[in-house]
Write a protein that binds this ligand. Structure first.
Ligand code: PEP
Length: 245
């Protein structure tokens, strides 16, 4: 299965920095076997779709839970698709934490994205307290099954992002990531039979060029969702290059 290396800029950069990024990215990027995705803030998608290397795909960081209409401040899946987004992250832990998003809402967003030809990247993951209490798998199971309700496989991606690893500099150990990815694979195979094997399960949480190789070598780690490091074109390209080997 083709690996997916996705960058999540979160709410960072301005237009000038976005232009510099495109120049720098194109200088460092080498053609690769992996699928490369950049999810910038929506105002930059139109520009990046025209200026980043043509092998790079663009994605949104979220989509609205509604079709177009009177929802001030929201961006619909149709709009994201019309400016070139082929993917959208949904249910990122920051959306869950700061905007109160729950599995039911995330599932609505994922289904709307799918209906408009956007592949949802559904984020799941446990907190440190939940892991310490031995509840990590129960939490992730509930998130995976609820968020994929009425979605067909393999038309979505699961991003396993343990909250204790996001933006902390403390990535999951390769065996820890593989243990959870294999568990998610089992859930998907049970739910979707043979098609569950084709769903990409990517890991997110403090991925760097220094720690990505042992992680990507795990059997069920099919790529990465990279936050902080994806803001630096050179370092993001290093991850892409190492995962393409
Ligand atoms: C993320 O926010 O999806 C993420 C994985 O962030 P970081 O790589 O900075 O931990």
């Amino acid at each position: 299965m083709q690996r997916l290396i996705a960058g999540n800029w979160k709410m960072n950069k301005e237009m000038r920095q976005c232009k510099e990024y495109a120049e720098s990215f194109n200088a460092y990027f080498k053609e690769t076997m992996v699928e490369v995705l950049v999810c910038p803030p929506l105002p930059f998608v139109y520009y990046l779709a025209r200026h980043l290397h043509p092998l790079v795909k663009l994605g949104a960081q979220d989509v609205a839970a509604f079709e177009p209409g009177p929802y001030t401040g929201e961006i619909s899946a149709t709009m994201a698709r019309s400016v070139g987004c082929l993917y959208s992250i949904v249910g990122h832990s920051e959306r869950r934490k700061y905007f109160g998003e729950d599995d039911k809402l995330i599932n609505i967003k994922a289904r709307l994205a799918r209906q408009h030809a956007i592949t949802p990247i559904i984020c799941v993951g446990e907190t440190s307290a939940q892991r310490k209490a031995g509840k990590a798998k129960a939490i992730v199971k509930k998130q995976v099954l609820s968020c994929t309700n009425k979605l067909a496989a393999p038309s979505f991606v699961i991003a396993y992002e343990p909250l204790w690893a996001i933006g902390t500099g403390k990535n999951a150990a390769p065996e820890q990531a593989e243990d959870m990815h294999a568990f998610i694979r089992q859930l998907l195979t049970k739910k979707y039979k043979g098609k569950g094997k084709d769903v990409r399960i990517i890991y997110g949480g403090s991925v760097t060029p220094e720690n990505c190789v042992p992680l990507i070598r795990q059997k069920n780690v099919n790529g990465f969702l990279v936050g902080g490091v994806s803001l630096d074109a050179k370092r993001f390209c290093e991850i892409i290059a190492k995962c393409g080997m």
